[in-house]
Design a protein around this ligand. Sequence first.
Ligand code: GDP
Ligand code: MG
Length: 437
Amino acid sequence: NLSDKLDKAFHILKGHGKITEINVAETLKEVRRALLDADVNFKIAKDFTTKVKEKALGQDVLTTLQPGQLLVKLVKDELTELMGGDVAGINLSGNPTVILMAGLQGSGKTTFSGKLANYLLTKKNKKPLLVACDIYRPAAIQQLYVVGDSIGVEVYSEPENKNPVEIAQNAIKHAKANGFNVVIVDTAGRLAVDEEMMNEIERVHKAIEPQETLFVVDAMTGQDAVNTAKTFNERLNFDGVILTKLDGDTRGGAAISIKSVVNKPIKFVGTGEKMDAIDVFYPIRMAERILGMGDVVSLVERAQEQFDEEEARKIQKKIAKNEFGFDDFLSQIQQVKKMGNMKDLVGMIPGASKAMKDVEIEDDAFKHIEAIIHSMTPIERSKPALIDVKRKARIAKGSGTKIEQVNQLMKQFEQMSKMMKMMQGPGGKNLMKMMGG
Ligand code: GDP
Ligand code: MG
């Protein structure tokens, strides 16, 4: 699953010692990119990653055993929350329950009306009635009949009547008289938001007082979907969103943006043209889809590789220029320490094991090494040659070690620097990598 996959990606980070704040930032940058790729509004994506970052650092993701997993969980949880958290059910109160469809032309209202009728009929044991209130196009009424026929649901229409308010009201009367307990009102949309359409849907809305006003939006329209949702919400204060055409490669980032902007739950998604291509909207599944489809794993891997290569280049440059100092040594040690046995590592590079033959690095030896380096001044760390007998004595005193230990560290450092230089050759690249460089 996704968590495993991402964990594998983060395994790379772990292999290098630990996840740093930079790693977290890099990773979240990739998450943000995945969100943008999925059509999430820029500001929402940015706010989102900022929030996750704060949480990650606050929860000390950096020091946990499985930082990758925790970070993934944080991202997924936040994303789920952003899309509403829990599943938002459909309100089926009222007798009959009146459901009004609103949205632009082509968004999928007629298709979804059929899907919803079919869903309520087969899954909720309801007796739905479909109502054709698209008075402008005879073909639209015909389309609803085709849909109704295919699922065995009655369609109500008044082809001669040009008043959608009346049609809807009459349909409800018809439903009451004939034992229908759900009335689904399909309406006319325009290609773009216009005043006439808005006035009409508003009038129908007022007249029939639906239990559910559902705004239908094409997931593929991305950012436009957000603006349309805003306008419809201002006029209708709708109860929920239907995200259609979420089949194939559509990423559904619009789901996040719409939820953030209008703060209404997404209730269903449409995933195809057939009548059974309807799903209850699960925020957590959508979070997984968005993360999975952006292929965050490979993005993270790529970012990480770039990051590592940059670090490696920096260190190699330092070594080449004889600028490799105790600070670098310390960070190398800290990374190596997490990986286990230094000798095993060294044994893996031809030539290096010989250079390190006399050097014993044991686990608790690191403690002293770190203490000693911490007692050095910044200048001493960057220019170890400065460290004379007098300075050694001061460092030993400051770190609670003996002057012999300081001497030993100096020797180790020299050996390591030498080894590092050797590693600049072809065989050394791997160790550099392994050491987090
Ligand atoms: P309306 O104008 O809002 O009533 O939209 P329609 O229901 O007529 O749908 C417009 C087009 O989108 C039709 O060709 C539908 O078959 C198609 N459509 C609707 N919902 C979906 C969906 O979930 N997936 C796909 N692939 N196509 C859909
Ligand atoms: Mg239609």
